[in-house]
Design a protein around this ligand. Structure first.
Ligand code: ADP
Length: 352
């Protein structure tokens, strides 16, 4: 049996963010009465009694964060009126701010690079637009922007209009990427605060117009940029992309935990490069194992959105700037993306 340590629980709770106010847990609550009984954990959150009702989201987020700790099998958090002092406004993150005229924002994320996150994001965006939504795409991967190439957008002129930045459009998707502002072969050296500044600008200073949905292609991993991004705008949910190998799944789990910690709902896991379809004979080979992400999704109690094969067409289509959903939508690998997009649309249907 895995031992559960008080410190792991305290560390996890310190990172929890109140989904209503955006404040970190320790600035608005005091943790007391922590009891660990084998894998069963219980604690109280002492909060300002006047705000007790508004703290339900924080209570749930704290339970979710502790449940993710290895060895924890059940968690009970209760809200109580605080007796002691709550530390004033330390670590306060500005509250999430919606972007006018954008009904919903979803993130497409992965625990590590190279798993096909951008490929999934672009194909999802196009499929959702085909499905009747007005869709925009933000390439938040400032270190390795791939949106210009994948969406077949090259020209960089006329991008500024007064103080606003104009998105560039192809396949009926309004797109914004740092790649529109920098030369393709120029290495971009960004530091944390600059990254955040650039992302905020690309979110808020772009003339998106009316959008039902903005698909954000997140940078890989779980660094500060991702966490801050998830904390700065209200997100309808996150799609996690993983390949079937165990190692990628471990990374995917980290990505998933990050969104849970900041109370962004997980729309589900997509398994990319799930199996290989031979372009010559069409034969299927499960070269990376079978159903890793589906099993993992079940274990983590998150929806499994579907499998995308490793197929030469998908790579060629993306490299040519006409993703498979736009170029060969009716192939089995094209419909694999469309089916996932339908599930995503259903999952966010309340918000866009
Ligand atoms: P990430 O955004 O995770 O770094 P990309 O979407 O850029 O990954 O994909 C990495 C490379 O793998 C690209 O060349 C892309 O065309 C290719 N690729 C992604 N998914 C598939 C797939 N299902 N079949 C074939 N090639 C793929």
């Amino acid at each position: 049996m895995t031992m559960v340590y008080k410190e792991s629980i305290q560390n996890a709770l310190a990172k929890v963010v109140d989904p209503t106010s955006g404040a970190t847990l320790l600035t608005v609550a005091k943790v007391s009465g922590l009891v660990i009984n084998e894998g069963n954990v219980s604690f109280s959150l002492e909060v300002d009694p006047a705000k007790g009702h508004a703290m339900e989201g924080l209570r749930k987020a704290s339970e979710a964060a502790v449940l993710l700790i290895s060895g924890v099998s059940s968690v009970k958090a209760v809200l109580t009126a605080h007796r002691g002092t709550v530390h004033p406004q330390q670590n306060r993150i500005p509250p999430r701010q919606a972007i006018p005229k954008i009904k919903s924002i979803i993130a497409v994320a992965s625990g590590k690079g190279g798993v096909g996150k951008s490929t999934v994001a672009t194909n999802l965006a196009i499929a959702l637009s085909e499905n009747g939504l007005k869709v925009g795409m933000l390439d938040a991967d400032v270190y390795g922007p791939s949106l210009p190439r994948m969406m077949g957008i090259k020209h960089k002129s006329e991008i500024f209009k007064g103080k606003k930045i104009l998105p560039l459009e192809n396949h009926r998707i309004k797109c914004m990427s740092i790649g529109f502002l920098t030369a393709e072969d120029t290495p971009t050296i960004w530091r944390g605060p600059m990254v955040m500044g650039a992302l905020e600008q690309m979110l808020r200073d772009v003339e998106w117009g009316e959008l039902d949905l903005l698909v954000v292609d997140m940078p890989p991993g779980t660094g500060d940029a991702q966490i801050t991004m998830a904390q700065r705008v209200p997100m309808a949910g996150a799609v996690i992309v993983s390949t079937p190998q165990d190692i990628a799944l471990i990374d995917a789990r980290k990505g998933l935990n990050m969104f849970r910690r900041v109370a962004v709902p997980i729309l589900g896991i997509v398994e990319n490069m799930s199996y290989f379809i031979c372009p010559c004979c069409g034969k299927r080979s499960d070269i990376f194992g079978y159903e890793g992400a589906r099993i993992e999704a079940k274990k983590l109690s998150v929806p499994f959105l579907g499998e995308i094969p490793l197929h030469l067409d998908i790579r060629v289509a993306s490299d040519n700037g006409t993703p498979i959903v736009a170029s060969k939508p009716l192939t089995s690998h094209g419909t694999a993306f469309t089916n996932i997009a339908n599930k995503v649309k259903l999952a966010i249907s309340g918000s866009c």
